[in-house]
Design a protein around this ligand. Structure first.
Ligand code: ATP
Ligand code: MG
Length: 218
């Protein structure tokens, strides 16, 4: 019943985590799942059915059924992204089995559509409308929302610890809408680190994970 946001550099596994969640949401509750379907709004063309198949195999569930339980829609611009959410609401009313909605990535199209400096307040206003719709979906239909986000290009990149001076984009509007914010970063070798950046019910903590053929593994 709330939004979880994962932000981080490219290749930290935000999209891989999205795929993994689309599978694990279908598992029975005793396996940590939600026994439900997933909807995936893809703004960057990164949804890969073959990833779903491989992750389903890891959890020992049928790849075809798993794919059938995931509704995927490709958004082409920010207005279309909003339209797709409206269409999704209709589907969620008709089919109460959905437990997860993914938007990967939440900001990419807004960044393209409102690239001028003077357009920032309009962008934030439209973004706010979309996020309040997502919050409403999460509460009304008892659904977990997972969104991915990018980070600012760092003006202080020449300073030390530059990575830690970067921030998620989307400003206060996004910060306010995301209940739980996760910061994903590269760790040693092939490992990645997930840090709880903000949460209403979990203390600050971090863990390491790896991206594997079978999805995110901790
Ligand atoms: P971006 O910001 O560019 O969207 P992202 O955080 O979404 O990046 P992902 O696409 O989730 O990043 O992760 C990419 C990483 O996943 C790459 O390092 C790639 O090597 C790894 N990866 C992709 N497919 C597999 C696989 N089948 N097995 C293991 N690792 C994989
Ligand atoms: Mg991605």
């Amino acid at each position: 019943m709330s939004i979880t946001e994962a932000f981080g550099e490219f290749r930290t596994g935000k999209t891989q985590l999205a795929h993994t969640l689309c599978v694990t949401v279908q598992l029975p509750p005793e396996m940590g799942g939600g026994n439900g379907k997933a909807a995936f709004i893809d703004t960057e063309g990164t949804f890969r059915p073959e990833r779903i198949r491989a992750i389903a195999a890891r959890f020992g569930i049928d790849p075809d059924t798993t794919l059938d339980n995931i509704t995927v829609a490709r958004a082409h611009n920010s207005e279309h992204q909003l339209d797709l959410l409206n269409e999704l609401c209709i589907r969620l009313c008709e089919d109460k089995q959905y437990r997860l909605v993914v938007v990967d990535s939440i900001m990419a199209l807004f960044r393209v559509d409102y690239s001028g400096r003077g357009e920032l307040s309009e962008r934030q206003q439209r973004l706010g409308q979309m996020l309040s719709k997502l919050v409403r979906i999460s509460e009304e239909f008892n659904i977990a929302i997972y969104i991915t986000n990018q980070m600012t290009a760092d003006p202080g990149a020449t300073l030390s610890f530059a990575a830690d001076t970067k921030k998620p984009i989307g400003g206060h509007v996004l910060a306010h809408a995301s209940a739980t914010r996760l910061y994903l970063k590269k760790g040693r070798g092939e490992t990645r680190v997930c840090k709880i950046w903000d949460s209403p019910d979990v203390p600050e903590a971090e863990c390491t994970y790896q991206i594997t053929t079978g999805g995110i593994n901790d």
